[in-house]
Every structure is written in structure tokens, then in C-alpha cells.
Design a protein around this ligand. Structure first.
Ligand SMILES: [Zn+2]
Length: 621
């Protein structure tokens, strides 16, 4: 094998690995509590089922896989019933009756295949002859997942008259992941690790399938946080009966942090000194610290660099954003404030020690000025406005805020229709090239991307759409006028539902943001476009126990980079550390629960030596 062959094979291998990983991390999880799954371990007792080499019994392997799958499902919040939990005989009629009696949502029967020729191998999944579309969807997704993980011959989804899938009244499948009669597969089937892979693959397929019935009423998306000895949160509300907010922080070094709480007039109303242990993740609810409702801004200073983010939620909504860096200019590429539809609120905060003169400009997307207002902000004073009220009419455009000091931070909070979803972002960085690592726009999710021209001349941009296999699907060109912005639904430009990442390259500076909603408009996540870095920090990751947390990373360089990942539990102990090589313009996703099989709450630090990565984190219920 020459070197060149080796490289292309390695790249193929990387792509396959990445696809497999991405398959696992489709942001879905079985909906807690309302899901009841019956797991049926085929055969048992006097009926051992098929026999493998060395007397391996199918009934025993079936039960091992079922017990592992049960654990995964229960961790994800599903209620699980078994048709048998040991090595004893249960009739087919009894098995279906158990499922009907408990009112199961889904029925999954696990078997292992046998053929007269020991050469036969592969994976197949059965549904009944009169199976519903839902049963087919379940079978299809589980089969796809098993084939992706086990890499056996895909024998497909088939219809058959097996008793248990015919007479159980809910969507039901019978799976034959591997052939026990094939000596190589039988050897694998003896290993608990392989049994666990089968269980994890079935779980991932089921999770993918169950998203059809999820509500996704909460969604938060954020970029990675910057390490700094000063963290700024321009707009924090913590009122027990309405909005609850908490700030999370972590540091890779032991240090002392000072939390400063300012009311919206700029008065310091509380100061709290906290010891911070290395890699431990801390969360603070302002109301709990201060002892009364809080509506203002928070500044955290520290003796060593920290990272931090903010969560804001009420009964229906979740918003997330990272800590901010003061600047002389804040831009929001897309702000909508339309009566009885969308509501937006913008806040600016002067983090400096002197007064600052700040000019707020509201523009239409074609660059026409709608409203201009100049205000003076005293130190730590917060100014909030509704664009519709400021301009005196419905507003759908972009905003730029410029100050005569480099001390302002900004915040945009936005409700979607009927206030069912809420998203928030801070000031996006301006750059020529910006990236959205995880964009989904189709049947389940809708995304909306907005790009603002940050230069003083007409700014030609190209928008490149990449799918998860590193393939450039389409490239669109556009020119944005001065103070204008361009917004689009990816699916309208790609003419297909889109799932991948987007690279926007401007001739000059641009800033950008993305809104994502569940297709039923029950949630909204807002995120700023990212730029490349050598370090990504996610302060508050939650995956499992009712949450789906997904980090998405892309390599923006032209060569492969070595990426080091450290996930820390909230108590500071290491959850997982591993490295991998990521090919250029390829996306890599990690969902700790789906990838490692246990619930996770903590932080992540992802580094590479080339300053070539960027990432986002999304969380939904
Ligand atoms: Zn069987």
C-alpha cells in the first residue's frame, strides 16, 4: 500500500467513524415517562432457540441484550417491561398478552438468527404483515442503526407473520441483529461488549424513531465560551414566579471568583466571594444568593481564567447564552418585534467605570435607517428597549449599537409566535468567515440564518452548505448592502431538507446569527455564528435524565487536526478524555449519554493546537 492510498483510506475511515458517531447523536431521546416499552427476549427455558458453535444458546444471548437495552431505556426515562427476566419458558400468546395488558407504546422482540449454512451473516428486522407506518418507521430506524454500528450485511426490513408482532396491539418489531450460526458472529455474541453494542444500536434507533412523538418545547443553543478573568452577563432576570436564571462557571485552575450583582440602574446590590476548585462546575441562582428577585446585570471577576454561561427558563421556555466580552460595537443581524407575533427585547450594558455615549441604529434589511437614538450610560447601567416601541412601528430588520468606549455588552432576547419559545444571544463576533456547525432545516426542525454586512461597502458573500459527509451540496452568492442583512431558510436554498453545517465567507466583515425552532413552533433557540479557535469551552452540558445535550464541532482548516476532548462531571472528576483526528470541513458531534451510555452533567474543554475548530452546544428536552 503506498502512502497516498493510505491517506485516502484513512480519510474514508474518518468519514465512516464520524457518520457513525453522528448517527448516534441525532438530538433525540425517548420522551420520559410517557413511553412504555416491552422488551421480549426470544425463547427461554425448555425452548433454547437457535444453537451456535460450542452450544451457545440463542435464549441466553437474547436475554443479555434485552437486559442491557432495558438499562439504557430506563436511564432515558422510559418505563420498561420484560416478557421474561430469566431463563424460563413463556408462551408466545403470553408474551403478546403482557404487552397488551401494560398498554405498551412499543414492542421490541430480540432474537438471533440461524441458517443452515454457517457462512450466512447479517442483520434483519421484521414487522407484521399488517404493520402500521409507525411500526415500519421503528423497524427502519433500528435496522439502520444496527447496520451502522455492527457493520454486518444489511438484510433489510421484512414482513412476516410472527405471532408476537402480529398479536401485540402496538407498533412492534422483531430484530435479528446477528447470526448465532455464523462462527465469527457467535464468537462476538459471547462477549458482553458486543452485546452492549447491539443494545446501544437498538436504543439509538428507537431514540431516533421516538422523536416523532417528542414535544421539544425547550431548546437552547450557544457557542463556546471564552476563557477570561472577567465574565459579563448584561441581562439577567431571576424571579421565582416567572423567570429563573442561573449562571454556571468553571475553571481549569483553583481560584477565587467574585460575583457582582448590579441592578438595572447600575448600583452594586450584592457581592459574593466564592472559592472555585479546578474543573468543578458551579451554578448560582441570583435570587437564592441575594435573597430577593433580581433583574440586572452580573459581572464575575476571578484570580484565574474562568468560563461561564447563563440559562434563563420559565415553565415553557429555555434560553442559553455564553458570557460576553465588552466591545465598542454590538450587532444583531436579525431582530423581529411584530405586534401579536414575535417580541424582541434588546439590552445594552456599560461595563466600564466611566460614562459612555451609545448610539442605537435600527435598519431595514435593505440598509435603510429606521430609527437612531443616542443615550449616555453611566457605569454598569443597563438600557433595555423593544425595537417596536423605539421605532414606533413593527420592526423586522437589523440593529447596530456603537459606543465611544470599548465597554458595552449586548443581549437580544426573542420570543417566537404565541410566546411558546424563547431564545437569547449576545454580541456575535465580526469576521470575514463565519460558521454554523449544526444546522437542521426540514420536517422536524426549522432554521433561519441571518447575515449582516459589517463593512462600509457592498459586501459580496458566498454561503456554502455541507452535508455530514463533508460534501459541498451547494454554494450560493449574494451581495449585502451597507447596514443591510440577508436572511434565509437553508431548505429553501438547498431545495431539500438540510442537515449539516454552513460556512459563510464575506468579502469583508460580516456578523451572523441563527434561530432554530421545532417545526411545530413550540421552541426557539438562538445562536451567534462562530469563528475558529484553539479551545472550545462548554460550561453547562446536560445529557440524559430528560435532557438532550449535543456538542457539534467542525474543523475549519484545510488539513486534519488532532482534537483533545475532556468532559468533567459537575464535581470536577473526569468523565471522559479522548482524542481523535478530524478531517478538514468535517463535523463531529458528541452527545455524552448516547456516546458513552451514562447520564452526564458537567463541562467540556475541547482543544487543538491549530486554532482550527469551532463548535456549538444545543440542549433540548
Ligand atoms: Zn429466535
Amino acid at each position: 500500500m503506498n502512502n497516498r492510498q493510505y491517506i485516502s483510506i484513512s480519510i474514508c475511515f474518518l468519514i465512516i467513524i464520524s457518520l457513525t458517531i453522528y448517527f448516534f447523536v441525532t438530538p433525540v431521546l425517548t420522551n420520559a415517562k410517557s413511553v412504555t416499552i416491552v422488551l421480549d427476549a426470544g425463547h427461554g427455558g425448555s425452548d433454547p432457540g437457535a444453537r451456535g458453535p460450542g452450544g451457545l444458546k440463542e435464549s441466553a444471548v437474547n436475554l443479555s441484550v434485552v437486559l442491557k437495552l432495558k438499562q439504557l431505556l430506563e436511564k432515558a426515562g422510559a418505563r420498561v417491561y420484560l416478557t421474561r427476566s430469566g431463563n424460563y419458558y413463556v408462551s408466545l400468546k403470553q408474551r403478546a398478552a403482557i404487552a397488551n395488558k401494560v398498554g405498551a407504546t412499543r414492542y421490541i422482540s430480540i432474537h438471533h438468527n440461524s441458517a443452515s449454512s454457517s457462512l450466512v451473516n447479517g442483520t434483519e428486522t421484521f414487522i407484521s404483515r399488517r404493520a402500521s407506518r409507525t411500526a415500519y418507521d421503528l423497524a427502519y430506524k433500528v435496522q439502520k442503526s444496527l447496520v451502522g454500528v455492527l457493520k454486518k450485511t444489511n438484510r433489510g426490513v421484512k414482513r412476516a407473520g410472527f405471532y408476537v408482532i402480529t398479536y401485540s396491539r402496538m407498533p412492534a418489531i422483531l430484530i435479528e441483529p446477528s447470526f448465532i450460526s455464523n462462527p465469527a458472529q457467535a464468537a462476538q455474541l459471547r462477549s458482553p461488549a458486543y452485546q452492549a453494542r447491539e443494545a446501544a444500536a437498538i436504543f439509538a434507533g428507537l431514540r431516533d424513531h421516538m422523536r416523532l412523538s417528542r414535544s421539544y418545547d425547550k431548546l437552547g443553543i450557544e457557542g463556546s465560551s471564552l476563557e477570561s478573568t472577567s465574565l459579563y452577563f448584561p441581562h439577567v432576570i431571576d424571579k421565582k414566579s416567572v423567570w429563573r436564571s442561573y449562571i454556571s462557571l468553571t475553571s481549569s485552575q483553583q481560584c477565587e471568583a467574585t460575583l457582582n450583582f448590579y441592578n438595572s440602574s447600575g448600583n452594586l446590590i450584592n457581592q459574593s466571594l466564592r472559592a472555585v476548585e479546578a474543573n468543578k462546575r458551579y451554578t448560582y441562582y441570583p435570587k437564592d444568593l441575594i435573597g430577593r428577585d433580581f433583574d440586572g446585570s452580573v459581572v464575575i471577576t476571578s484570580t484565574k481564567p474562568l468560563v461561564g454561561n447563563l440559562r434563563l427558563s420559565n415553565r415553557n421556555c429555555l434560553g442559553t447564552m455564553t458570557s460576553q466580552v465588552p466591545s465598542s460595537s454590538i450587532s444583531f443581524a436579525h431582530v423581529v418585534d411584530i405586534k401579536r407575533k414575535h417580541t424582541s427585547i434588546v439590552s445594552i450594558n456599560n461595563t466600564g467605570d466611566t460614562d459612555t455615549l451609545t448610539t442605537i441604529k435600527l435598519y431595514k434589511n435593505n440598509g435603510v435607517l429606521v430609527k437612531e437614538k443616542t443615550i449616555s450610560l453611566s457605569p454598569h447601567r443597563r438600557y433595555s428597549f423593544y425595537p417596536r416601541k423605539l421605532s414606533g412601528k413593527n420592526f423586522d430588520g437589523n440593529i447596530i449599537i456603537q459606543a465611544n468606549t470599548s465597554s458595552i455588552t449586548g443581549y437580544l432576547g426573542q420570543y417566537n409566535i404565541n410566546r411558546k419559545g424563547f431564545g437569547m444571544i449576545g454580541n456575535p463576533s465580526s469576521a470575514n468567515d463565519v460558521y454554523f456547525p449544526n444546522v437542521s432545516d426540514g420536517r422536524v426542525w426549522n432554521s433561519f440564518v441571518s447575515i449582516r454586512n459589517q463593512s462600509n461597502a457592498l459586501n459580496p458573500i458566498s454561503i456554502d452548505f455541507y452535508n455530514n459527509a463533508n460534501t459541498l451540496i451547494i454554494s450560493k452568492q449574494k451581495s449585502i448592502p451597507v447596514n443591510g442583512a440577508y436572511s434565509f431558510y437553508p431548505r429553501r436554498l438547498t431545495k431539500l431538507s438540510f442537515d449539516g453545517f454552513i460556512v459563510v465567507r464575506g468579502n469583508d466583515l460580516i456578523s451572523a446569527c441563527m434561530g432554530q425552532t421545532y417545526a411545530k413552533k413550540s421552541s426557539l433557540g438562538l445562536v451567534e455564528a462562530g469563528t475558529s479557535s484553539n479551545q472550545l469551552n462548554f460550561t453547562d452540558l446536560r445529557d440524559g435524565a430528560g435532557w438532550i445535550g449535543l456538542t457539534s464541532i467542525i474543523n475549519t482548516d484545510t488539513t486534519a487536526v488532532s482534537i483533545d476532548n475532556s468532559f468533567y462531571n459537575s464535581d470536577g472528576s473526569l468523565f471522559k478524555n479522548y482524542s481523535y483526528n478530524l478531517a478538514p470541513l468535517l463535523r463531529y458531534g458528541i452527545s455524552p449519554f448516547a456516546n458513552f451510555g451514562s447520564s452526564f452533567s458537567g463541562s467540556a474543554k475541547i482543544t487543538n493546537p491549530n486554532s482550527a475548530i469551532l463548535g456549538t452546544y444545543s440542549q433540548s428536552n
